[in-house]
Write a protein that binds this ligand. Sequence first.
Ligand code: SAM
Length: 340
Amino acid sequence: MAKKTVSKQTRSKEIRAKAKKAAPPPAPKAAKIVRPARGELLTLLDFVRYAVSRFIEAELAFAHGTTDPVADAAFLICEALHLHPDQFEMFATARVTTTESARLLDLIERRVQSREPTAYLVNKVYMRGLPFYVDKRVIVPRSFIGELLESHFTGAEEADGAGLIADPGAVDSVLDLCTGSGCLAILASRYFPNARIDAVDLSKDALAVAKRNVADYGLEDRVTLHNGDLFAPLGDARYDLIISNPPYVDAQGMADLPRECRHEPKMAFDGGNDGLDIVHRILRESAWHLTPEGGLLCEIGRGRDVLEAAYPDLPLLWLDTEESEGEVFWTDAATLARFS
Ligand SMILES: C[S@@+](CC[C@H](N)C(=O)[O-])C[C@H]1O[C@@H](n2cnc3c(N)ncnc32)[C@H](O)[C@@H]1O
């Protein structure tokens, strides 16, 4: 009996030793976070400073409506206190209450630990100064097309390649392909005041968010949401303008997505091997859905070289924004018709 026990113990010792050898090294213990004591942080500015230090220390990524830790922290603090970001300066030295302080510390902690984009934590993002509701059902909007609608499509442009549409008031119809939260469709309704707007997405979840945003802006009569694969739900409808910010991340980019982006729907990023699966389809099919004077404005991220190599004879006008170079192209219906 004793012999049996010893051999059993020896075996389990051996097993434990083997397991120890095979097991990966234990994960480093996360540094214990000591929350600031009551009264250590008093003002909005104190909380922003604390958040910025935590964000930098944790090496967070900033690409969801804010591009640096200070802007991200200020946005988080303001939204949590129901203040517009523009009101930060006015209240920077104002104190927060004990209840508010607890909520702010919780949110800062969540941002650091879970790496959810701030826009998801506060269910809001601003684009061209307009607020949009967002949650995890939809990518956090950050398209360059919003800026380009303002710089190249209002009829009073000064930039190079200005005036891509001579009279915005004469635009009757706009299509927003891959609409996500509906942000570009809603922005387009402002720049093209007489247009009816169709907006398509393959994700029913995204469309639920878009529906909420369209209702928030009272645009149910002008913006129609369609569920389906690119042009499929539209029949043979034609548009004066097609705008699209489709998924365009290539396989390597998908593998390297920062943790923040992994909270967003994969379908919003995944553009196949070279990132341009959907862009190829949009280029091939747009001619059938544009009016003779119409045009296509499409964002493709960093895929310009790949796209130009694939279509060496297709003239594309590349439009830059404050924060992008050669990531959005414009082409007109006549060019696309020759090429299709
Ligand atoms: C990069 S997100 C852009 C969303 C929004 N336009 C914006 O700028 O925030 C791309 C969107 O395309 C949608 N999508 C992906 N494949 C699609 C397809 N085949 N047809 C229609 N929509 C698609 C995704 O669900 C996602 O909402």
